[in-house]
Write a protein that binds this ligand. Sequence first.
Ligand code: NCD
Length: 305
Amino acid sequence: MSHLLTTEDLSLTDFQKFTELASFFENHQKDSETTSGILRGKTILQLFLEDSTRTKISFELAAKRLGANVLHFSISQSSLNKGESLKDTILTLNQYHPDTWIIRAPRSGTCHLLTQWTKSPIVSAGDGQYQHPTQGLLDCWTLLNHLPSIKGKKIVLLGDILHSRVARSQIPLLNKLGAKITLCGPYTLLPKSAAEWEVHVEPVLEKAVAGADAIFCFRLQKERMTSALIPSQQEFHRIWGLTKKKHHDLCPQAWILHPGPVNWGVELGFDMEDHPKSLILEQVRRGLYMRMAVLARVLGKDPLV
Ligand code: NCD
């Protein structure tokens, strides 16, 4: 494989290869002899132009578990603050010969742009509101561990879909897996382009989640909003927030997923913390193994091939 910038061009076979390898790493988590030599001698450069907790830490741990050297570039301590351009930054860092770049950027399209200035593969760790492919992969893998087949299952994406790169990465995979997808949220937070995504759009939560098999929740991504798109956070919670009661009354079998960070009391009620159907911490845990799989495959070092 070369870059991993989007899930749109991944086939079902690609997805299966990622999940098989992620499962392999999960099963060998205590076996450092098997894993720690896979990327020995490789240098991985993490370029994060935007805040991150779980994605950054799990990529770093994934690279280290596979034996790679990891370098960090964080915007607050870099010469980007002294007026250096992004292009000059990349050309400068190229001189240290990174074998792979892991990039998170606030502006959509940055990862594609950077492919022009480096020959090494780029793995997107979140690209504006465009894509977040490793999150889409790990979310679908997590769900498949609880719903052995997603074919024909009702999967709801709830909340701020308009600004969600995670939703844009999940949808192509869920479609390939045969899910029946419903998008739900205020009209102002549902993208116009949804019409091209092979999804059903239902802004009324009670109708959207009735009988759902899984619900992927999304926070209000205010840092990407250019104007006020909802009357208030309280109104959003009242109408589109998922609470224990709504879950119990409308879709008690539904698994609850969220890429994090969660704003409790907004997209999910406080009474949903520690809910038995919540897979939120499992997503975090599985993110490590999926990112190990992505790094090994992007660097041509898949031990199962
Ligand atoms: C997401 C992101 O950064 O896009 N979080 C993540 O990577 N786990 C979702 C979000 O910020 O809401």
